[in-house]
Design a protein around this ligand. Structure first.
Ligand SMILES: Cc1ncc(COP(=O)(O)O)c(C=O)c1O
Length: 490
């Protein structure tokens, strides 16, 4: 019986994109399956292994807790962590020759029932062109880890109680300050409600201000989750077409003037990326004031504009206080953080406070603390500035790489802002079919026709591709060569 696995077992590979905790987990599982580690064998403490591999201790602990949850290892107090009794190698005879990187053939259940079944495969990074994901390689992980460790260490009894359903005041204050400086929004911290994502924000709005049966303007094409959530809440949707100036407000005035609310993406219309023009912004605000209707401004990536400074938010023009401003940390930090915010009209603060108490489970306090510190110490503003420069560069590289290969099949629009490109398909091709084929081939793509409220003829075929994680022109060209055969008629 060995007391320690050889350190070569843990040789990690940074080029695969597989998270380190996952690599450690897989290596140990394989070592058990291959008989290299036996019941009762001790594995290094999380602290020692983290030091040896130059990783954060939490990374190793994440791997160990997964292994413990699946019954591979057990903690024995002073004796450390050992391979659990009863775990059997799959092929006993192969034990002496086994190497850590051998494929898994295994003895114990492959998947813990509580691990996520849907969405991303945790082990992999974003798929090529996956929309809405910021440049994960450029996230300042060291700073984040330092602030996170400090916040954990500073935890007091008061931090362990139920947090306020509206969010931590420190974070709400930072958000209000940030919105003032960068989005031209004049609001107090009391108007800011921290939520666990845009959908949570929208849900809070429907619960607080709307009633089933209310008519709501939504952009068509638009962001499908908004429409789905509103429909589910019993709202009657009025699809408002979009053109080069954004939502056609005059269409709404003509066909559905008596609506209770409008949900818009003014900075970069989702998914066409066009900005809502100033005359339309003013017409929308005027309509809302006249009808006493609400405007939900979904400003999911307004910070990212490359040809000029970011446009001020619609909320910054809102003299009558009809706009609910919804922001998210998904694009400026990372989506797994599940943190967003909502700025509500002053007159509605009390109502929102009551419905947050009822409907909001409150965002995790620790995460809120870390983000508040990240903002207060200036890392947030610096990170956004760096990302703006990086995305401008990646956008240019992605266009050059894609155009070099696909130029006779597509025309690439490069909108002034946002996180994705629009590829107009030449000829009578189906954008939906191409998007589906790309997804089948391990890439990501969204077709414009998939973003319509209902199928409609005469919409130019177009697919959307994110460039934020495409780090070179060569990589873009490589991917374009994978798209090329998929453009052939089916
Ligand atoms: C149009 C739009 N709104 C909002 C969001 C943000 O959603 P969340 O805060 O749930 O990540 C996204 C994310 O992709 C989006 O594309």
């Amino acid at each position: 019986m060995m007391s320690h696995p050889p350190s070569s077992l843990f040789r990690l590979d940074s080029s695969t994109g597989e998270a380190y905790y996952r690599q450690i987990y897989t290596r140990l599982r394989s070592a058990v399956a291959d008989g290299l580690l036996q019941p009762g064998d001790r594995i290094p403490s999380a602290r020692a292994l983290a030091a040896e591999l130059g990783l954060a201790r939490g990374t190793v602990e994440a791997a160990y807790s997964l292994l413990a949850a699946e019954g591979y290892v057990e903690a024995r107090g002073q004796a450390g962590t050992v391979i659990a009794a009863g775990v059997r190698p799959a092929v006993q005879a192969a034990a002496s020759k086994a190497t850590a990187s051998r494929p898994r053939t295994v003895a114990v259940p492959a998947r813990h029932p509580l691990l996520p079944e849907e969405g991303q495969d945790e082990a992999k990074g974003p798929r090529p062109f996956q929309m809405g994901i910021p440049a994960l390689d450029a996230f300042p992980r060291k700073i984040w880890a330092r602030l996170a460790a400090r916040a954990v260490r500073a935890t007091q009894a008061a931090d362990m109680l139920y947090p306020s359903p509206a969010g931590l005041m420190a974070l709400r204050t930072e958000i209000a300050r940030y919105l003032q400086l960068s989005r031209g929004i004049d609001c107090r911290a009391e108007q800011v409600f921290v939520t666990s994502g845009y959908r949570d924000s929208l849900n809070l709005i429907t619960r607080t201000l709307l009633q089933p049966g209310d008519k709501i303007w939504v952009e068509d094409p638009g962001y499908a989750p908004s429409a789905a959530l509103l429909r589910e809440a019993g709202m009657q949707l009025a699809g408002i077409p979009v053109d080069a100036e954004g939502m056609q407000v005059e269409y709404g005035l003509r066909h559905a003037a008596r609506a209770r609310a409008a949900v818009v993406t003014p900075a970069h219309q989702s998914p066409t990326c066009v900005a809502l023009s100033l005359p339309r912004r003013l017409a929308l605000l005027e309509w809302a004031a006249r009808e006493q209707a609400w405007i939900v401004e979904d400003d999911y990536d307004g910070e990212y504009r490359y040809v000029s400074r970011p446009l001020p938010a619609l909320k910054s023009l809102d003299r009558e206080d009809r706009v609910l401003y919804a922001g998210t940390f998904s694009k400026v930090l990372f989506p797994a953080i599940r943190l967003a915010y909502l700025v509500v009209p002053r007159s509605q603060v009390e109502r929102f406070r009551r419905s947050a108490q009822l409907f909001s489970g409150a965002a995790p306090a620790l995460t809120q603390h870390i983000v508040a510190d990240f903002m207060a110490e200036g890392h947030f503003a610096r990170h956004i500035q760096r990302m703006r420069r990086l995305y401008a560069h990646r956008r240019t590289m992605a266009i050059a790489g894609l155009e070099g290969v696909l130029h006779s099949h597509v025309r690439i629009d490069s909108p002034p802002g946002g996180m994705h490109l629009l590829l107009r398909l030449q000829g009578r091709r189906s954008d939906r079919l191409l998007a589906e084929k790309m997804r089948q081939h391990g890439m990501f793509s969204r077709a414009l026709s998939e973003c319509l409220l209902a199928p409609r003829a005469g919409v130019a075929p177009m697919i959307m591709l994110s460039f934020t994680n495409i780090d070179s022109r060569r990589r873009a060209a490589e991917l374009a060569r994978r798209i090329l055969p998929l453009l052939a008629p089916a």
